[in-house]
Design a protein around this ligand. Structure first.
Ligand code: FAD
Length: 393
């Protein structure tokens, strides 16, 4: 059985996509790296709709049918008055993953790059010396261990505590914390190459409902609504009503709940000796709620920067990660957040009118740009949100 060594260059806390990728790139860059996951198996439990774009995958791993459940070539939107409109995408534009296997594969790549990967190891504190993070305390098989490191990468997900322990401000406004529920349902007869989205006050206020196919008449069916809405009527009730109405004969194979931080990235994602990545850093796309690809990008940037810092023996280099992230996605997420705020104010009439206008465009000519233009026509004040986003008013 693997035992902890006394000291590492980099310790990564959390074996989700962000952590696995961070560990891989840190190790590839020559840093002696340890990846710690509290659960007994990487990839379980799955709390995710598992949809991702092809390019989001390809930056990290060659697409493989071992962990692809569906290949996506269209979106299907349904507005509150049940107007349904399809939008073509390129062939294999995205995937619905099997995250159990996908996350395992990412961990395997980290191990192959030289990182030690240890599961069932729960990080319950940071070693702090004069305010600088110098390692972690771990609960492992009933015993307590302390392992030192020059850098800790916190990839401990939406409920992250490591950043807070290091003194970083990690709170996400409860209105931006989407409350999500999802079932894996079978006996669901849908197009296996389409991602379905349902919008509207009665279905998923300040959010959306999704159906993502997983092959064999099985699908992830879930929804996310803003924290404020969830207080009035729970996300679970919205989902139960939808399932009852639309899939009364479906069997539920799995039920999960979880939060998605649909806010911009934290202002500070680096503190002395520690970097935050993935959901822990709030690197989710605030508009779509997707965090697999963006978390992996954050993980990659942090992993590379940590290795550089070790190689040059200069721990201040880890601050470069913050700038790299903002340039790559962080600034764009600020804009998406503004757009989200504009779109969340759409009424059912807006959505109905957008769907009907979009139906008037020939199928093969429909795309996200045209959909967006129609949305602007229906709600010109969205322009103001965009302008504000660019001008940072
Ligand atoms: P996680 O995947 O949450 O991994 C964090 C890991 O850290 C976990 O394995 C956890 O066990 C471990 N950990 C936590 N604390 C400790 C500790 N103290 N010690 C050791 N280990 C610890 N995104 C998409 O892109 N597409 C989707 O379709 C999609 N659907 C979603 C549906 C739902 C219902 C939810 C809740 C989220 C969805 N997301 C989706 C978001 C996506 O799941 C996350 O953004 C993504 O998993 C973030 O990756 P991560 O590595 O940062 O965190």
């Amino acid at each position: 059985m693997k035992k902890f060594e006394i000291e590492y260059d980099v310790i990564v806390v959390g074996g989700g996509p962000a952590g696995c990728v961070a560990a891989r790139f840190a190790a590839e860059g020559g840093a002696k790296t340890l990846l710690l996951e509290k659960d007994k198996e990487i990839g379980i439990p799955v709390r995710c709709g598992e949809a991702i774009s092809k390019e989001g995958v390809e930056e990290f791993i060659v697409p493989n049918l071992k962990w692809i459940r569906a290949k996506i070539n269209k979106f299907i939107f349904t507005s509150p008055d049940s107007t349904t409109v399809e939008m073509p995408l390129s062939e294999e534009a995205g995937y619905v993953l099997d995250r159990k296997i996908f996350d395992n594969e990412l961990a395997r790549l980290a191990s192959e790059a030289g990182a030690d990967v240890i599961t069932k190891s729960y990080v319950d504190e940071l070693i702090l010396e004069d305010g600088i993070v110098k390692g972690v305390g771990i609960r492992y098989l009933g015993s307590k261990y302390y392992v030192k490191s020059k850098i800790v990468i916190a990839a401990d997900g939406v409920e992250s505590r490591a950043g807070r322990w290091a003194g970083l401000e990690t709170a996400c406004d409860f209105r931006d914390m989407e409350s999500c529920v999802q079932v894996v349902a079978t006996n669901v007869n849908i197009d296996q190459n389409a991602l379905y989205f349902y919008l509207g006050e009665k279905t998923a206020p300040t959010g959306y409902l999704w159906i993502f196919p997983k092959g064999d008449n099985t699908a992830n069916i879930g929804l996310g609504i803003g924290g404020k809405e969830n207080k009035k009527k729970s996300a679970k009730r919205y989902l139960d009503e939808f399932l009852q109405k639309n899939f009364p004969n479906a069997s539920i194979l799995n039920f999960t709940v979880g939060g998605v931080p649909c806010c911009p990235t934290l202002k500070k994602i680096v503190a002395p000796g520690i970097m935050l990545v993935g959901d822990a850093a709030r690197q989710v796309n605030p508009l779509s709620g997707g965090g697999i690809a963006s978390g992996m990008i954050g993980g990659k940037l942090a992993g590379i920067t940590s290795a550089k810092s070790i190689k040059k023996n200069d721990l201040n280099i880890i601050y470069e990660y913050e700038q790299l992230w903002r340039a790559r996605l962080g600034n764009r997420h600020e804009i998406f957040n503004r757009l989200k705020e504009g779109i969340y104010n759409f009424t059912d009439d807006h959505f109905n009118s957008i769907a009907r206008d979009f139906l008037n465009i020939k199928y093969e000519e429909r795309n996200l740009y045209k959909l967006f233009m129609i949305a602007l026509k229906n709600k010109p004040t969205l322009f103001v949100d965009i302008a504000k986003a660019f001008l940072r008013i």
